[in-house]
Design a protein. Structure first.
Length: 256
């Protein structure tokens, strides 16, 4: 069931979103050659703890998962698209890292993701990440009252496909509020003018996922969580929590 948020509720979601923003900034600053993914998760835990927030990721177990998620961030490296479990893997020069994080504060949830490179960046990775960010910006721009979910999906997908990138089948954004995943679903590709009409008070997470090779297929790794590209090509993931308001889209997880 979809809940329309009041202005006060959106303000409260903004506070949760800013915890997420600070967490992602801290994780990115801590990331470097030789740093382990588990160490990045500890950085995120510290930020959440200091803010008095908890993690909607930790212990989360959707129907597809064999075990509850054991961390407060998803850390996906190179050919991992999303849902990577932070392990003792140490980052190497040139790695492409996607970090997804959520925070629950005052009963409201924020959710956001960034992609970045460690050490010397490959030009192809820079282009991939920049395209993911442009796709996210296009989706946000379409998140206005009177538009439809398909308009957001079309905006995101058009940027991704124009860059020659693949879009993982079956994955996209979602509604968000008191829970991390609420209605409606927000696909990363679709037809404009189709789907649920957007109304002021809706809050959604828009999250482009791009595969460098242009293919859309993927598989689940043996850990039961990590989604990897079938051909081993690299992937990028970006995300913001966005409130739809009469004054236009309000990005609740904007990093300063």
């Amino acid at each position: 069931m979809m809940e329309l948020k009041t202005r006060a509720s959106i303000d409260a979601m903004y506070e949760a979103g800013q915890v997420v923003a600070r967490t992602l900034t801290a994780v990115r600053e801590a990331a470097g050659v030789g740093v382990s993914l588990r160490e990045l998760d500890e950085v995120a835990r510290d930020v959440l703890r200091e803010a008095g927030a908890d993690s909607p990721f930790l212990g989360y177990r959707p129907s597809f998962a064999p075990t509850p998620f054991p961390a407060v961030i998803c850390a996906s490296v190179n050919d991992a698209i999303v849902h990577g479990i932070p392990t003792g893997l140490r980052l190497r020069d040139g790695d492409l890292v996607s970090v997804d994080c959520g925070a629950r504060l005052g009963g409201w949830v924020g959710d956001s993701a960034i992609s970045f490179t460690v050490g010397r960046a490959r030009p192809a990775d820079v282009r991939l990440i920049e395209t993911a960010e442009r796709a996210l910006a296009a989706g946000i721009a379409a998140a206005v009252p009177g538009n439809r979910i398909g308009d957001i999906a079309h905006a995101v997908g058009t940027v991704c496909r124009a860059g020659g990138y693949g879009i993982p089948d079956g994955f996209g954004g979602h509604g968000i509020g008191r829970q991390m995943h609420e209605d409606p679903g927000v696909p990363n590709e679709g037809r404009p003018g189709r789907g649920l009409r957007l109304r002021a008070g809706m809050a959604i997470a828009i999250e482009p996922m791009l595969i460098a090779s242009g293919r859309d297929d993927w598989h689940t790794a043996p850990d039961g969580w990590t989604l990897r590209t079938n051909d081993g090509s690299r992937a990028a993931h970006t995300e913001h929590t966005v409130a739809i308001t009469e004054d236009g889209p309000r990005v609740l997880t904007q990093r300063r």
